[in-house]
Design a protein around this ligand. Structure first.
Ligand code: C2E
Ligand code: MG
Ligand code: MG
Ligand code: MG
Length: 287
């Protein structure tokens, strides 16, 4: 009786907690399984250079395929982050993206999203080096997109890894700029070449004078620091025209192109390391 109320309270909290844990564990299991069955795939979305109207590079966006249904990262990434087990996904995405760069020169460069926890993973830097060498890809074709979130509590560790990858020749971009906590400390402390203005400031650009003021000032601060800006969520021509006027350099969004699998973008190709074994199989069957 003494613990009555408290007991009921903590029971429901724990109950909810254990439901969350259960569903997070199911996601973790689904992702682990997808990796072994090659059902964790990448879609690629173009990023346009506004002044020349040309595609400059693509962003790799991960998708989970379960029973022929595509599941978006918003559903499973939070579950993985909860278990601090996102390194599994990061490593898989890095390998796949670098391999795609070698099979598809048309991609030019690829931006890879890294979770905040990536910077606790000591395997990250050697893995990037190993994959670049294995697939014969130049480091400058890889851009890492960092979001300002948990890694802020760990800025010096993040800085250290960013420096190592920069020395290797990889580029960096600050993702979802303007929505995090210490935006300016990121700008100050990380050698990022580009700043991606969060889509929430871009979506309503044509009818919100507040968003226009914010986008203009982000682009000005970035420019003063020698960094280029990318606007995400460009969904119509008027927004693109306005961005050109504000002198934002790059644009990404449904108006310019949705994320798609490589085969849809450039047609089917056999990856170099697969074609070798296919040739062997062909020769064997000729016998
Ligand atoms: P993000 O890096 O900011 O990626 C942009 C998101 O906006 C993508 O959602 C993209 O499909 C969507 N998008 C692009 N253009 C438009 C548009 O015009 N309008 C609207 N409304 N949305 C647009 P997606 O693919 O669902 O990814 C969501 C987030 O998940 C990403 O946000 C990124 O933070 C994370 N993510 C995606 N792939 C990976 C990955 O391989 N590793 C990690 N660690 N995180 C990833
Ligand atoms: Mg991104
Ligand atoms: Mg973004
Ligand atoms: Mg975003």
């Amino acid at each position: 009786k003494r613990n009555g109320r408290n007991y009921v309270h903590s029971y429901t909290e724990q109950d909810k907690e254990s439901d969350d844990v259960k569903s997070s564990m199911q996601w973790l299991h689904a992702v682990q399984q997808a990796i072994t069955q090659d059902n964790l795939i990448l879609h690629f979305q173009p990023i346009y250079h506004i002044p020349t109207n040309q595609i400059a590079y693509y962003e790799a966006l991960v998708r989970l395929v379960v029973d022929n249904k595509v599941i978006y990262p918003g559903d499973f990434i939070p579950a993985l982050e909860r278990f601090e087990d996102i390194s599994l996904l990061d490593q898989h995405v890095i390998s796949k993206a670098i391999r795609s760069l070698s099979s598809y020169p048309e991609l030019q460069k690829v931006a890879i999203n890294l979770s905040a926890q990536a910077f606790r993973n000591e395997r990250l830097v050697p893995l990037v080096q190993e994959k670049l060498t294995q697939y014969g890809v130049e480091a400058h074709r890889v851009i890492f997109e960092l979001t300002e979130s948990a890694s802020l509590s760990n800025l010096s560790a993040t800085q250290h890894m960013v420096e190592q990858l920069s020395e290797m020749g990889c580029a960096f971009s600050i993702d979802d700029f303007g929505t995090g906590f210490s935006t300016f400390s990121y700008l100050k402390n990380l050698p990022a070449e580009t700043v991606k203005i969060d889509g929430s400031f871009v979506k309503e650009l044509t009818n919100s004078s507040i968003d226009r003021a914010l986008v203009k000032s982000i682009r000005e601060v970035a420019f003063a620091l020698g960094k280029k800006t990318v606007a995400e969520f460009v969904e119509d021509k008027d927004t693109l025209d306005l961005l050109r006027e504000i002198q934002v350099e790059y644009a990404q969004g449904y108006y310019l192109g949705k994320p798609k699998p490589l085969s849809e973008l450039f047609g089917q190709k056999v990856a170099p390391d697969v074609s070798h074994s296919l040739q062997e199989v062909a020769m064997q069957t000729q016998d």
